[in-house]
Design a protein around this ligand. Structure first.
Ligand code: PNW
Length: 471
């Protein structure tokens, strides 16, 4: 094993983005609205009424953006394909012009020696499928598998790492439970139905990809598995932790990794639903052999039992009338002490170490990737036009150190994707939150690498952690 700040040979240094957050060009080349177009154009849904109409215009600037990636020394770039660009109504034949964009992008990446990692679904459901019922309807899972087959056949020759879904928890529970994400519905039964159909969609799509892709291609899923901690050792707080863990993690990794929902999830949610939408064979379908597991991590969750208060989340999601935690109304989310990012999320790299060790136990032998990790800070150019973000350097240093410690402790972590390559449309927060290693001036679309980008480039080039203060 290499020294304590050096990473294993072949470790992938990457950065991640998603289609709706960066592409813009929402009406070009046959693309139709996704649920995020509809949602962001609905007054009151996003901060400042921001939309992804233009975003960072990556659809037109991808060559420049790939050149930035090369300057950063990235070994891999994780992006997502916009479903409504490829299949505008969510059914039927593909639009070649839509697929061509991803052919050009992946060609450009490969010509610069950057491995593409492709996410099929990062939340931009074609609006027509939502109009037909969306993820709470079983048919959406079949539509997703068809779409996966189209993209697999078109790009299988040039993409080796395939990710079916990004953070299905957000799709189900923020999209249909708390309603802070598109499509903005607030129905706990719909949220649990959506979760099940996302599990089914993952399984059906993985089966479809296995026939569409060459044998060398690898298939994975990216879960925003939460690190849930109890406020105290009190049995009531411990039970709150257990229940949130099932609703955040087990609800997806149960079917996907083990072929079963955690039994206590059914009892915990019995007052909400009888789960009769789960059909025979669904859990066998959801449980497909995978080649890797993607984990997205930002901050841990601290919970306590709060019998009298409706669920609130320290990060603001779900605060108020509608909870993203069906059947867990008596759980409170407590703000962790210590430093926080612009999102109000506490900075705690130990959570990333714990997460990697947990999935080392949960999925023995499965290679792990950190498919997202990063932080929003209030970055501003100085008088010389440079952007200094020492807080982000400290965040990345802390979290990459945690990854390195997990590797020492036996976790098979193959790569790390910084969220995000560029400042971009941060969903309900609009453009107010900047996660990029590269600063974007939204008035001019000018890109300026922040000091963290130079720090990260050094890490990628040396395959080791630079000292925290090094720029
Ligand atoms: C993830 N939560 O979103 C997404 O994959 C990215 O698209 C996003 O930009 C990034 O993290 C930063 O937010 C999340 O409320 C949104 O728990 C919300 C939550 C988690 C992840």
């Amino acid at each position: 094993m290499p020294g304590p700040t050096t990473f294993p040979h072949g470790f992938l240094w990457g950065a991640a983005t998603s289609a709706y957050q960066i592409e813009g060009a929402v009406r070009e080349d046959g693309r139709t609205p996704s649920v995020w177009d509809t949602f962001s154009h609905t007054p009151g849904r996003t901060a400042g009424g921001d939309t992804g109409d233009i975003a960072v215009d990556h659809y037109h600037r991808y060559r420049e953006d790939v050149a930035l990636m090369r300057d950063l020394g990235l070994g891999s770039y994780r992006f997502s394909v916009s479903w409504p660009r490829v299949q505008p109504t969510g059914r039927g034949p593909a639009v070649q012009r839509g697929l061509d964009f991803y052919r050009r992008l992946t060609d450009e990446l490969l010509s610069r020696g950057i491995q593409p990692a492709l996410t099929l679904y990062h939340w931009d459901l074609p609006q027509e499928l939502e109009d037909a019922g969306g993820w709470p309807e079983r048919d959406t899972a079949h539509r997703f598998a068809e779409y996966a087959g189209i993209v697999g056949e078109a790009l299988g020759d040039r993409v080796d790492l395939w990710i079916t879904l990004n953070e299905p928890w957000c799709s189900a529970f923020l999209g249909y439970g708390s309603g802070v994400h598109a499509p903005g519905r607030t129905d706990p039964v719909a949220a649990l139905r959506a979760a099940h159909h996302l599990n089914l969609a993952h399984g059906l799509a993985t089966q479809r990809l296995r026939t569409a892709l060459p044998a060398r291609a690898r298939v994975a899923v990216s879960l925003n598995s939460s690190v849930v901690r109890a406020l105290s050792a009190d049995p009531a707080d411990e039970d709150a932790r257990r229940r949130i863990d099932r609703l955040a993690n087990g609800v997806f990794h149960g079917p996907m990794l083990h072929g079963a929902y955690p039994a206590d999830l059914f009892t915990d949610t019995a007052r909400v639903t009888d789960w009769s939408f789960v059909r025979d064979g669904d859990l066998v379908t959801a449980h497909q052999p995978l080649d890797a597991l993607g984990l997205n991590y930002y901050t841990p969750s601290l919970v306590s039992s709060a019998p009298d208060s409706p669920t609130t989340r320290a990060d603001g999601h779900g605060a108020g009338a509608h909870s993203p935690w069906p059947g867990a109304d008596d759980v409170a989310f407590v703000q962790s002490p210590g430093e926080r990012t612009e999102m109000g999320w506490s900075v705690d790299p130990t959570g990333l170490h714990d997460l990697l060790m947990r999935y080392t136990r949960e999925a023995p032998g499965l290679p792990l990737y950190v498919t997202e990790n990063g932080a929003a800070y209030d970055d501003k150019p100085d008088a010389d036009g440079r952007v200094h973000d020492p807080q982000r350097i400290a965040y990345l240093h802390g979290h990459l150190s945690a990854v390195r410690r997990a590797i020492t402790d036996g976790a098979d972590v193959r790569g790390y994707y910084l969220w995000s390559l560029l400042d971009n449309f941060e969903w309900a927060y609009g453009y107010a939150k900047r996660f990029g290693a590269v600063y974007v001036d939204y008035a001019t679309q000018e890109r300026t690498p922040k000091s963290s980008a130079r720090w990260y480039a050094r890490a990628a080039r040396t395959n080791a952690l630079p000292a925290r203060t090094e720029r």
